[in-house]
Design a protein around this ligand. Sequence first.
Ligand code: FES
Length: 101
Amino acid sequence: MVCKYHVLMCTGSKLVGDKKGTCHTRQGVELVKKLVEEIEERDLGSEIIVSATSCYGVCDKGPIMVVYPDGVWYGGLTPERVAKIAEDHLENGQAVKEFQI
Ligand code: FES
């Protein structure tokens, strides 16, 4: 399988302490669903893997998305930002600078 991008999205679960971290309370799970919808609408499902992850330790900048192999970190995600990243970065290969952390 050839994977163009692996996208990691924090859903805010934590291994210790409060199990529902910042990205969870800021709709992290819903944002993963939004990204999957955007990928499916663009017929990119065979090229992109999406993984829901636990905390990255930068909760104040959440919700967080990391796009590999580019190593680009996005923060402050909203449904609108996720759609913009899907179009510009995942579909057209142009990272969205204004959302990077
Ligand atoms: S809960 Fe997402 S970075 Fe900490």
